[in-house]
Design a protein around this ligand. Structure first.
Ligand code: HEM
Length: 375
Protein backbone atom coordinates (compact mmCIF):
# COMPACT_ATOMS: atom_id res chain seq x y z
CA UNK A 1 0.00 0.00 0.00
CA UNK A 2 1.26 3.45 -0.76
CA UNK A 3 0.17 7.04 -0.53
CA UNK A 4 -0.85 8.80 -3.70
CA UNK A 5 1.34 11.92 -3.87
CA UNK A 6 -1.42 14.39 -4.79
CA UNK A 7 -4.52 13.91 -6.82
CA UNK A 8 -4.98 17.51 -7.89
CA UNK A 9 -1.97 17.86 -10.09
CA UNK A 10 -1.92 21.32 -11.68
CA UNK A 11 0.72 20.49 -14.24
CA UNK A 12 -1.69 18.69 -16.56
CA UNK A 13 0.55 15.70 -17.08
CA UNK A 14 -0.98 12.53 -18.38
CA UNK A 15 -2.06 10.96 -15.10
CA UNK A 16 -2.55 7.60 -16.77
CA UNK A 17 1.22 7.28 -16.60
CA UNK A 18 1.14 7.77 -12.84
CA UNK A 19 -1.63 5.22 -12.29
CA UNK A 20 0.09 2.77 -14.68
CA UNK A 21 3.25 3.09 -12.59
CA UNK A 22 1.45 2.83 -9.25
CA UNK A 23 -0.63 -0.14 -10.39
CA UNK A 24 2.51 -2.12 -11.13
CA UNK A 25 3.15 -2.33 -7.37
CA UNK A 26 -0.20 -1.55 -5.72
CA UNK A 27 -3.79 -2.47 -6.40
CA UNK A 28 -5.01 0.11 -3.87
CA UNK A 29 -3.48 3.47 -2.86
CA UNK A 30 -4.53 6.20 -0.45
CA UNK A 31 -4.85 9.77 -1.74
CA UNK A 32 -4.13 13.05 0.04
CA UNK A 33 -7.78 13.25 1.20
CA UNK A 34 -7.53 9.87 2.91
CA UNK A 35 -9.72 8.17 0.29
CA UNK A 36 -8.86 4.68 -0.96
CA UNK A 37 -8.23 4.61 -4.70
CA UNK A 38 -8.71 1.24 -6.38
CA UNK A 39 -6.41 0.84 -9.39
CA UNK A 40 -6.69 -2.84 -10.39
CA UNK A 41 -9.38 -4.22 -12.66
CA UNK A 42 -10.42 -7.05 -10.30
CA UNK A 43 -10.75 -4.67 -7.33
CA UNK A 44 -12.75 -2.06 -9.27
CA UNK A 45 -15.07 -4.65 -10.79
CA UNK A 46 -15.65 -6.47 -7.48
CA UNK A 47 -16.41 -3.22 -5.66
CA UNK A 48 -18.73 -1.85 -8.35
CA UNK A 49 -20.77 -5.05 -8.27
CA UNK A 50 -20.91 -5.27 -4.45
CA UNK A 51 -23.55 -2.70 -3.56
CA UNK A 52 -24.11 -4.31 -0.15
CA UNK A 53 -20.69 -3.51 1.21
CA UNK A 54 -20.09 -0.39 -0.91
CA UNK A 55 -22.81 2.25 -0.76
CA UNK A 56 -23.24 4.96 -3.39
CA UNK A 57 -24.68 7.39 -0.81
CA UNK A 58 -21.45 9.37 -0.59
CA UNK A 59 -22.57 12.92 -1.32
CA UNK A 60 -24.58 15.05 1.10
CA UNK A 61 -26.70 16.22 -1.86
CA UNK A 62 -29.66 14.37 -3.33
CA UNK A 63 -28.44 12.42 -6.36
CA UNK A 64 -31.07 10.53 -8.34
CA UNK A 65 -30.18 7.80 -9.22
CA UNK A 66 -26.39 8.01 -8.55
CA UNK A 67 -26.47 8.48 -4.80
CA UNK A 68 -29.16 5.90 -4.05
CA UNK A 69 -28.81 2.31 -2.86
CA UNK A 70 -30.88 -0.86 -2.77
CA UNK A 71 -34.56 -0.95 -3.71
CA UNK A 72 -34.85 2.85 -3.91
CA UNK A 73 -32.05 2.89 -6.49
CA UNK A 74 -33.59 -0.01 -8.41
CA UNK A 75 -36.95 1.79 -8.57
CA UNK A 76 -35.31 5.00 -9.81
CA UNK A 77 -33.51 3.02 -12.52
CA UNK A 78 -36.70 1.22 -13.57
CA UNK A 79 -38.43 4.56 -14.12
CA UNK A 80 -35.53 6.51 -15.62
CA UNK A 81 -33.90 3.86 -17.81
CA UNK A 82 -37.02 3.88 -20.02
CA UNK A 83 -35.91 7.28 -21.36
CA UNK A 84 -32.49 5.96 -22.31
CA UNK A 85 -32.98 2.62 -24.06
CA UNK A 86 -31.66 2.17 -27.61
CA UNK A 87 -35.28 2.28 -28.86
CA UNK A 88 -36.04 5.46 -26.93
CA UNK A 89 -33.02 7.36 -28.28
CA UNK A 90 -33.15 6.01 -31.88
CA UNK A 91 -35.63 8.67 -33.12
CA UNK A 92 -33.01 11.35 -32.39
CA UNK A 93 -30.45 9.90 -34.79
CA UNK A 94 -31.44 12.03 -37.79
CA UNK A 95 -31.37 15.26 -35.79
CA UNK A 96 -28.01 14.42 -34.17
CA UNK A 97 -26.56 13.70 -37.61
CA UNK A 98 -27.75 17.06 -38.99
CA UNK A 99 -26.23 18.78 -35.96
CA UNK A 100 -22.87 17.01 -36.40
CA UNK A 101 -22.80 17.56 -40.17
CA UNK A 102 -23.53 21.30 -39.93
CA UNK A 103 -21.03 21.71 -37.14
CA UNK A 104 -18.17 19.88 -38.90
CA UNK A 105 -18.90 21.86 -42.09
CA UNK A 106 -18.55 25.11 -40.13
CA UNK A 107 -15.18 24.24 -38.56
CA UNK A 108 -12.04 26.04 -39.74
CA UNK A 109 -9.12 23.95 -41.05
CA UNK A 110 -7.29 24.23 -37.70
CA UNK A 111 -9.65 23.54 -34.84
CA UNK A 112 -9.86 22.29 -31.26
CA UNK A 113 -11.65 18.93 -31.11
CA UNK A 114 -12.70 19.39 -27.47
CA UNK A 115 -13.99 22.97 -27.40
CA UNK A 116 -15.13 23.54 -30.99
CA UNK A 117 -16.39 20.08 -31.87
CA UNK A 118 -16.99 17.94 -28.75
CA UNK A 119 -18.46 20.57 -26.44
CA UNK A 120 -20.66 22.26 -29.05
CA UNK A 121 -21.91 18.94 -30.43
CA UNK A 122 -22.65 17.67 -26.89
CA UNK A 123 -24.68 20.77 -26.00
CA UNK A 124 -26.65 20.80 -29.26
CA UNK A 125 -27.38 17.06 -29.21
CA UNK A 126 -28.35 17.13 -25.53
CA UNK A 127 -30.62 20.15 -26.04
CA UNK A 128 -32.30 18.43 -29.00
CA UNK A 129 -32.82 15.31 -26.91
CA UNK A 130 -34.32 17.15 -23.93
CA UNK A 131 -36.20 19.75 -25.98
CA UNK A 132 -34.23 22.68 -24.56
CA UNK A 133 -34.04 25.97 -26.52
CA UNK A 134 -30.98 26.76 -28.65
CA UNK A 135 -30.74 30.07 -26.75
CA UNK A 136 -29.34 28.15 -23.77
CA UNK A 137 -26.26 27.07 -25.74
CA UNK A 138 -23.90 29.88 -24.64
CA UNK A 139 -24.88 29.38 -20.99
CA UNK A 140 -24.37 25.63 -21.19
CA UNK A 141 -20.98 26.04 -22.87
CA UNK A 142 -19.87 28.58 -20.26
CA UNK A 143 -21.08 26.26 -17.55
CA UNK A 144 -19.08 23.32 -18.92
CA UNK A 145 -15.92 25.39 -18.82
CA UNK A 146 -16.63 26.69 -15.32
CA UNK A 147 -17.45 23.16 -14.15
CA UNK A 148 -14.16 21.74 -15.39
CA UNK A 149 -12.22 24.67 -13.96
CA UNK A 150 -13.89 24.19 -10.57
CA UNK A 151 -13.27 20.43 -10.61
CA UNK A 152 -9.64 21.05 -11.53
CA UNK A 153 -9.25 23.57 -8.70
CA UNK A 154 -10.42 21.00 -6.15
CA UNK A 155 -12.05 23.88 -4.18
CA UNK A 156 -15.28 22.67 -2.63
CA UNK A 157 -16.89 26.15 -2.43
CA UNK A 158 -16.22 26.73 -6.13
CA UNK A 159 -17.64 23.34 -7.07
CA UNK A 160 -20.74 24.00 -4.95
CA UNK A 161 -21.25 27.37 -6.68
CA UNK A 162 -21.01 25.78 -10.11
CA UNK A 163 -23.51 23.10 -9.06
CA UNK A 164 -25.91 25.82 -7.81
CA UNK A 165 -25.56 27.70 -11.09
CA UNK A 166 -26.51 24.58 -12.97
CA UNK A 167 -29.53 23.96 -10.75
CA UNK A 168 -30.71 27.54 -11.46
CA UNK A 169 -30.34 26.89 -15.16
CA UNK A 170 -32.44 23.73 -14.90
CA UNK A 171 -35.11 25.45 -12.81
CA UNK A 172 -35.31 28.06 -15.58
CA UNK A 173 -36.12 25.24 -18.00
CA UNK A 174 -38.73 23.68 -15.71
CA UNK A 175 -40.70 26.82 -14.77
CA UNK A 176 -42.17 27.77 -18.17
CA UNK A 177 -43.13 24.12 -18.78
CA UNK A 178 -45.19 24.06 -15.62
CA UNK A 179 -47.56 26.64 -17.11
CA UNK A 180 -47.33 25.37 -20.68
CA UNK A 181 -46.23 21.75 -20.92
CA UNK A 182 -44.45 21.09 -24.20
CA UNK A 183 -44.22 17.95 -26.26
CA UNK A 184 -40.67 17.05 -25.30
CA UNK A 185 -38.72 14.76 -23.04
CA UNK A 186 -38.32 17.33 -20.25
CA UNK A 187 -42.11 17.81 -20.00
CA UNK A 188 -42.64 14.05 -20.08
CA UNK A 189 -40.20 13.63 -17.22
CA UNK A 190 -42.01 16.37 -15.26
CA UNK A 191 -45.26 14.41 -15.60
CA UNK A 192 -43.57 11.20 -14.43
CA UNK A 193 -42.85 10.01 -10.89
CA UNK A 194 -42.01 7.18 -8.53
CA UNK A 195 -42.96 5.92 -5.07
CA UNK A 196 -46.57 6.31 -6.30
CA UNK A 197 -46.26 10.11 -6.51
CA UNK A 198 -44.91 12.68 -8.98
CA UNK A 199 -41.20 13.63 -8.88
CA UNK A 200 -40.53 16.58 -6.59
CA UNK A 201 -38.76 19.65 -7.95
CA UNK A 202 -35.59 18.69 -6.15
CA UNK A 203 -35.67 15.22 -7.70
CA UNK A 204 -36.30 16.59 -11.20
CA UNK A 205 -33.37 18.97 -10.88
CA UNK A 206 -31.16 16.13 -9.68
CA UNK A 207 -32.19 13.78 -12.51
CA UNK A 208 -31.65 16.44 -15.16
CA UNK A 209 -28.36 17.45 -13.55
CA UNK A 210 -27.14 13.86 -13.77
CA UNK A 211 -28.30 13.51 -17.36
CA UNK A 212 -26.84 16.78 -18.55
CA UNK A 213 -24.00 17.68 -16.22
CA UNK A 214 -22.39 14.26 -16.54
CA UNK A 215 -23.14 13.79 -20.18
CA UNK A 216 -22.03 17.12 -21.62
CA UNK A 217 -18.55 17.01 -20.18
CA UNK A 218 -18.08 13.29 -20.87
CA UNK A 219 -19.14 13.52 -24.51
CA UNK A 220 -16.86 16.51 -25.13
CA UNK A 221 -13.92 14.74 -23.50
CA UNK A 222 -14.62 11.50 -25.38
CA UNK A 223 -14.69 13.37 -28.71
CA UNK A 224 -11.32 14.89 -27.79
CA UNK A 225 -9.79 11.50 -27.00
CA UNK A 226 -11.22 9.99 -30.21
CA UNK A 227 -9.98 12.87 -32.39
CA UNK A 228 -6.53 12.76 -30.80
CA UNK A 229 -6.26 9.02 -31.41
CA UNK A 230 -7.54 9.16 -35.00
CA UNK A 231 -5.29 12.09 -35.91
CA UNK A 232 -2.28 9.92 -35.03
CA UNK A 233 -3.55 6.79 -36.78
CA UNK A 234 -4.10 7.40 -40.52
CA UNK A 235 -4.46 3.67 -41.19
CA UNK A 236 -7.38 3.44 -38.77
CA UNK A 237 -8.94 6.55 -40.34
CA UNK A 238 -8.65 4.92 -43.78
CA UNK A 239 -10.23 1.71 -42.52
CA UNK A 240 -13.13 3.54 -40.92
CA UNK A 241 -13.63 5.75 -44.01
CA UNK A 242 -13.76 2.68 -46.25
CA UNK A 243 -17.00 1.73 -44.54
CA UNK A 244 -17.46 -0.38 -41.41
CA UNK A 245 -20.68 -1.42 -39.72
CA UNK A 246 -22.04 0.62 -36.81
CA UNK A 247 -21.22 -2.28 -34.48
CA UNK A 248 -17.58 -2.36 -35.65
CA UNK A 249 -17.23 1.38 -35.28
CA UNK A 250 -18.80 1.30 -31.81
CA UNK A 251 -16.28 -1.36 -30.75
CA UNK A 252 -13.37 0.72 -32.09
CA UNK A 253 -14.64 3.80 -30.24
CA UNK A 254 -15.05 1.87 -26.97
CA UNK A 255 -11.54 0.46 -27.32
CA UNK A 256 -9.99 3.88 -27.93
CA UNK A 257 -11.82 5.11 -24.83
CA UNK A 258 -10.72 2.08 -22.83
CA UNK A 259 -7.10 2.99 -23.41
CA UNK A 260 -7.69 6.63 -22.46
CA UNK A 261 -10.90 6.71 -20.40
CA UNK A 262 -11.72 10.36 -19.63
CA UNK A 263 -14.43 9.43 -17.08
CA UNK A 264 -11.92 8.74 -14.34
CA UNK A 265 -13.56 7.89 -11.01
CA UNK A 266 -16.72 7.30 -9.03
CA UNK A 267 -16.98 7.05 -5.27
CA UNK A 268 -18.41 4.53 -2.82
CA UNK A 269 -18.53 4.34 0.98
CA UNK A 270 -17.72 1.10 2.82
CA UNK A 271 -20.78 -0.03 4.81
CA UNK A 272 -18.66 -2.34 7.03
CA UNK A 273 -14.97 -3.09 7.58
CA UNK A 274 -13.71 -4.71 4.40
CA UNK A 275 -10.40 -5.95 2.99
CA UNK A 276 -9.55 -5.15 -0.63
CA UNK A 277 -6.36 -6.65 -2.11
CA UNK A 278 -5.00 -7.08 1.42
CA UNK A 279 -5.77 -3.49 2.44
CA UNK A 280 -8.11 -3.01 5.39
CA UNK A 281 -10.75 -0.38 4.79
CA UNK A 282 -12.82 0.88 7.71
CA UNK A 283 -16.59 1.29 7.84
CA UNK A 284 -17.57 4.70 6.44
CA UNK A 285 -14.34 5.24 4.55
CA UNK A 286 -14.50 6.50 0.99
CA UNK A 287 -13.36 4.29 -1.86
CA UNK A 288 -12.74 5.55 -5.38
CA UNK A 289 -13.17 3.26 -8.38
CA UNK A 290 -10.55 4.39 -10.87
CA UNK A 291 -12.11 3.23 -14.15
CA UNK A 292 -9.25 4.72 -16.18
CA UNK A 293 -6.64 2.66 -14.37
CA UNK A 294 -8.76 -0.53 -14.28
CA UNK A 295 -9.32 -0.24 -18.02
CA UNK A 296 -5.56 -0.29 -18.56
CA UNK A 297 -4.82 -3.21 -16.22
CA UNK A 298 -2.25 -5.27 -18.13
CA UNK A 299 -3.25 -8.46 -16.35
CA UNK A 300 -6.58 -8.24 -18.20
CA UNK A 301 -5.85 -6.32 -21.40
CA UNK A 302 -2.10 -6.71 -21.98
CA UNK A 303 0.11 -3.66 -22.52
CA UNK A 304 -1.19 -1.18 -25.13
CA UNK A 305 -2.94 -3.89 -27.14
CA UNK A 306 -5.69 -2.52 -29.38
CA UNK A 307 -8.33 -5.24 -29.69
CA UNK A 308 -11.86 -3.82 -30.07
CA UNK A 309 -13.62 -7.17 -30.31
CA UNK A 310 -11.49 -9.17 -27.87
CA UNK A 311 -11.66 -6.52 -25.14
CA UNK A 312 -15.31 -5.52 -25.53
CA UNK A 313 -16.75 -7.80 -22.85
CA UNK A 314 -14.42 -6.53 -20.12
CA UNK A 315 -14.39 -2.86 -21.10
CA UNK A 316 -15.35 -0.69 -18.08
CA UNK A 317 -15.77 2.70 -19.79
CA UNK A 318 -19.49 2.70 -18.91
CA UNK A 319 -18.98 1.04 -15.53
CA UNK A 320 -20.52 -2.22 -14.28
CA UNK A 321 -22.88 -3.45 -11.56
CA UNK A 322 -26.17 -1.86 -10.49
CA UNK A 323 -24.94 1.68 -11.23
CA UNK A 324 -23.73 0.84 -14.75
CA UNK A 325 -24.23 3.83 -17.04
CA UNK A 326 -27.86 4.04 -18.19
CA UNK A 327 -26.81 6.57 -20.87
CA UNK A 328 -24.64 4.17 -22.81
CA UNK A 329 -26.95 3.83 -25.84
CA UNK A 330 -27.31 7.60 -26.11
CA UNK A 331 -23.59 8.25 -25.64
CA UNK A 332 -22.66 5.50 -28.11
CA UNK A 333 -24.98 6.93 -30.74
CA UNK A 334 -23.70 10.48 -30.23
CA UNK A 335 -20.05 9.44 -30.41
CA UNK A 336 -20.62 7.22 -33.46
CA UNK A 337 -22.33 10.08 -35.29
CA UNK A 338 -19.63 12.60 -34.34
CA UNK A 339 -16.87 10.30 -35.64
CA UNK A 340 -18.76 9.33 -38.80
CA UNK A 341 -19.50 12.93 -39.73
CA UNK A 342 -15.95 14.08 -38.98
CA UNK A 343 -14.51 11.35 -41.20
CA UNK A 344 -17.13 11.80 -43.94
CA UNK A 345 -16.44 15.53 -44.27
CA UNK A 346 -12.64 15.16 -44.45
CA UNK A 347 -10.09 13.24 -46.48
CA UNK A 348 -7.72 13.26 -43.50
CA UNK A 349 -7.56 14.50 -39.90
CA UNK A 350 -4.02 15.49 -38.86
CA UNK A 351 -2.59 16.57 -35.51
CA UNK A 352 -2.70 20.39 -35.30
CA UNK A 353 0.33 22.63 -35.08
CA UNK A 354 0.13 22.96 -31.32
CA UNK A 355 0.44 19.96 -29.02
CA UNK A 356 -2.67 18.61 -27.28
CA UNK A 357 -3.01 19.54 -23.59
CA UNK A 358 -4.09 16.95 -21.04
CA UNK A 359 -6.89 17.72 -18.61
CA UNK A 360 -6.07 17.82 -14.91
CA UNK A 361 -7.17 15.15 -12.45
CA UNK A 362 -9.93 14.36 -11.50
CA UNK A 363 -10.97 15.14 -15.08
CA UNK A 364 -9.37 12.81 -17.64
CA UNK A 365 -8.68 13.03 -21.35
CA UNK A 366 -7.63 16.33 -22.91
CA UNK A 367 -8.42 19.96 -22.29
CA UNK A 368 -7.42 20.86 -25.86
CA UNK A 369 -6.86 18.72 -28.94
CA UNK A 370 -5.73 20.83 -31.89
CA UNK A 371 -6.46 19.03 -35.17
CA UNK A 372 -6.09 20.02 -38.83
CA UNK A 373 -8.80 19.00 -41.28
CA UNK A 374 -8.06 18.18 -44.93
CA UNK A 375 -11.33 18.44 -46.89
C1 HEM B 1 -20.01 10.03 -22.74
C2 HEM B 1 -19.82 9.00 -22.20
C3 HEM B 1 -20.25 8.51 -20.85
C4 HEM B 1 -19.43 7.81 -20.02
C5 HEM B 1 -17.97 7.44 -20.28
C6 HEM B 1 -20.19 7.46 -18.85
C7 HEM B 1 -19.71 6.70 -17.80
C8 HEM B 1 -20.44 6.32 -16.70
C9 HEM B 1 -19.97 5.43 -15.63
C10 HEM B 1 -18.58 4.80 -15.57
C11 HEM B 1 -20.99 5.29 -14.74
C12 HEM B 1 -20.97 4.44 -13.47
C13 HEM B 1 -20.97 5.28 -12.23
C14 HEM B 1 -20.86 4.47 -10.94
O1 HEM B 1 -20.73 3.25 -10.94
O2 HEM B 1 -20.90 5.12 -9.88
C15 HEM B 1 -22.09 6.12 -15.21
C16 HEM B 1 -23.28 6.27 -14.53
C17 HEM B 1 -24.28 7.13 -14.96
N1 HEM B 1 -24.37 7.76 -16.19
FE1 HEM B 1 -22.97 7.74 -17.64
N2 HEM B 1 -21.47 7.98 -18.98
C18 HEM B 1 -21.56 8.61 -20.20
C19 HEM B 1 -22.68 9.22 -20.73
C20 HEM B 1 -23.87 9.33 -20.11
C21 HEM B 1 -25.07 9.88 -20.67
C22 HEM B 1 -25.24 10.32 -22.11
C23 HEM B 1 -26.03 9.88 -19.68
C24 HEM B 1 -27.45 10.33 -19.71
C25 HEM B 1 -27.97 11.18 -20.52
C26 HEM B 1 -25.42 9.31 -18.50
C27 HEM B 1 -26.05 9.18 -17.29
C28 HEM B 1 -25.55 8.46 -16.22
C29 HEM B 1 -26.26 8.29 -14.95
C30 HEM B 1 -27.60 8.89 -14.56
C31 HEM B 1 -25.44 7.45 -14.16
C32 HEM B 1 -25.73 6.96 -12.73
C33 HEM B 1 -26.37 5.62 -12.77
C34 HEM B 1 -26.63 5.04 -11.39
O3 HEM B 1 -26.05 5.50 -10.41
O4 HEM B 1 -27.42 4.09 -11.30
N3 HEM B 1 -24.13 8.97 -18.80
N4 HEM B 1 -21.74 6.70 -16.41
Amino acid sequence: MTNWPDEVDPTGHDLRLLTDELRAGHRVVRNARGEWVLLGYAEVEATATDAERFSSAVSAHLQVPNGLDGEEHAEARRVLDRYLTAEAVAPFETRFREIARDLVASLPTETDAVRDLGAVFAVRAQSAWLGWPASLEPRLLDWMQANHAATRSGERARMAQVADDFDDLIRGVLEPRRLNPTDDLTSRLMADGWKERPFTDEELVSILRNWTGGDLGSIALCVGVLAAHLSLDPALQARLRSGVSDAELDAVIDEILRLDDPFVTNRRKATCPVTVAGVEIGEGEVVKLNWTSANRDESVFGVDIFDPVGHAARNLVYGTGPHVCPGRALATMELRIAVQELLAATSAVFPGERDPEREVHPVGGYRRVPIALAR
